[in-house]
Design a protein around this ligand. Sequence first.
Ligand code: SF4
Ligand code: SF4
Length: 126
Amino acid sequence: MSKFGFSIQETRTIDFEQFDGRLLKYVLEHEPSFRVCLSCGGCTATCSAGNLIDFNVRKMNILIRRGETEGLEKEINKCMLCGKCMLVCPRGINIRNVVMLIKKGIVKFRTIEEPHEKLKLKCHAY
Ligand code: SF4
Ligand code: SF4
């Protein structure tokens, strides 16, 4: 088969029957400011970690809202907790706290029920 330097992307679907919103709910309960994120990307543009390694905090925000949390723990551990993103966010969102809450939430729900199985949700986009 000829290669043209590109490939057709796999079809992506989000099955809302499978959606496990516990992590998102937990984050929103403890950091309600996260609700008003407008996906402007300001946090990503200034992110200390994103400037050094492959880490996209805006994409992370979008994925958690979609319930696509597979691989999230690995991704979240790239955050240096420097707080720079908070200084530029037009909505004043405390991203550092969001990151901490995601970390806590992952551990909390893993301990309550079976491991990652429940927080399984597919993620292809990183
Ligand atoms: S800078 Fe704030 S509003 Fe913009 S994407 Fe980041 S968290 Fe959302
Ligand atoms: S706190 Fe984390 S997400 Fe925010 S700028 Fe620093 S490394 Fe990036």
